[in-house]
Design a protein around this ligand. Structure first.
Ligand code: NAD
Ligand code: 44H
Length: 382
């Protein structure tokens, strides 16, 4: 069985690649990073270490890699033959890989009627659906028709904290032991067997719970921690003020999730506690600038801050004070090596705060939420 995986980065190697390997797939990574592609082909294996007391390691074998920049034709052939395609490249990159996937599918439908699932493992709602839209824009009518019942694009939620890596062994990835990979069964074609993958009929509660708890809490720690001068998430979580702020924000998103999806209160509290512990894992050194990366994406209307803030007003009927403070912290994030942060700061200087918020978040100018964010921004302190 062949799995083609786009993105041999932290999640690609540290999570999806390892589960596919454990499930018996040969994993063919596709990446633009020539150094990683060459190393994967040279070593044909890499190590995973677990961020706990166990010092346990596993080796992922039966792998190869293709550079999509220098050998796009090989990627097309691999997709034509694959039994599974997955991605972990970042939401903004999905439109950029759609062309190659479309070429692979166009070739595939000429030679095979084997079903294929393409799963985007990105931190976003509807990642595979977006990828499908972008792929279909590049197929002609008969190719689309041939793909319709043969190619599935099931949406997914993926959860495992994998920080940036800095080992002498460039391929090694240290990961937290916890993981969760939940996939929408209704979007799948054919039979799929992947160890550790949970299939569900309704993904919405799972993806919203994950994004608005793990990722909301994480980004609150990152942006507040950055303002306090901390470098890593576990340093941030040792600060009682910010830790309380993370918890209070997760109480807001929790109330929304409980009201909207009927989660049990006590179960959800346990989920929150577990996540706070995961953020504080002493075996993981996760930079606030990785967790806070791409603030334009993170301030988007469907992402981890603005979407729960708006939904909190609708489902809970109160002002999301902590979420609004976190949005203010995102707007204050001025890390010079993050191009999104630089752009936001420039927009605020040139166009003003309200116009910038409106532009990135799509929150209406005259709304209560806009007023609250502006107030939190101007009175921001830790
Ligand atoms: N790291 C985590 O803790 C974590 C957990 C869950 C989900 N995610 C999600 O997984 C995705 C990847 O995150 P990551 O942390 O692994 O990032 P990463 O930067 O470590 O990996 C991304 C990889 O994609 C490659 N890439 C970029 N453009 C490409 C292209 N056009 N074609 C092929 N490869 C390309 C990069 O070279 C890199 O190797 C993101 O959507 C992220 O939100 C990350
Ligand atoms: O990957 P991002 O930029 O969407 O978010 C940063 C982190 O919150 C994220 O990578 C988490 O570590 C991950 O989602 C945990 O499952």
């Amino acid at each position: 069985m062949l799995a083609v995986h786009f993105g041999a980065g932290n999640i690609g190697r540290g999570f999806i690649g390892s589960l596919l390997h454990q499930s018996g797939y040969e994993v063919c990574f596709v990446d633009v990073n020539q150094e990683i592609v060459d190393l994967l082909n040279q070593k044909q294996a890499y190590k995973i270490g677990y961020a706990d007391d166990s010092k346990k390691e596993m080796t992922v074998t039966n792998i190869r890699a293709i550079s999509s920049q220098t050998h796009p034709e090989q990627v097309v052939s691999a997709i034509a033959e694959a039994d599974m395609v997955t991605t972990a490249v970042g939401p903004n990159v999905l439109p950029l890989i759609a062309g190659l996937i479309a070429k692979g599918l166009a070739k595939r439908v000429q030679i095979s009627d084997k079903p294929l699932n393409i799963i985007a493992c990105e931190n976003m709602i509807g990642g595979s659906s977006l990828l499908k839209e972008k792929v279909y824009e590049q197929l002609n009518e008969s190719e689309k028709e041939a793909c319709e019942n043969m190619i599935g694009f099931p949406d997914a939620a993926v959860d495992r904290i994998v920080p940036n890596q800095s080992h002498q062994d460039r391929l090694m990835v240290v990961v937290e032991p916890f993981y969760e990979w939940v996939v929408d069964r209704t979007g799948m074609v054919g039979k799929v067997r992947v160890q550790g993958m949970t299939l569900v009929d309704d993904l919405k509660p799972y993806i919203e719970r994950k994004l608005y708890t793990v990722n909301t809490g994480h980004v609150v720690a990152a942006y507040l921690g950055y303002q306090a001068g901390f470098k890593t998430i576990n340093e941030v979580m040792a600060n009682p003020t910010i830790r309380d702020h993370v918890r209070n924000t997760l109480e807001e998103t929790g109330q929304l999730l409980i009201n909207k999806h009927d989660f049990q209160d006590q179960e959800h509290q346990k989920y929150i506690e577990k996540i706070i512990q995961r953020f504080s894992n002493p075996h993981i050194s996760d930079e606030v600038t990785r967790v806070g990366r791409s603030p334009i994406r993170k301030l988007g209307p469907n992402d981890r801050l603005v979407s729960p803030a708006r939904q909190y007003m609708k489902y809970v009927g109160k002002q999301p004070v902590y979420l609004a403070k976190a949005i203010a912290a995102a707007l204050l994030y001025d890390f010079e090596q993050d191009p999104d942060a630089v752009t936001i700061q420039k927009n605020i200087r040139q166009d003003g705060l309200e116009s910038t918020i409106q532009h990135y978040t799509q929150i209406p100018s005259d709304s209560d939420l806009m007023k609250l964010i502006i107030q939190q921004y101007h009175q921001f302190s830790l």
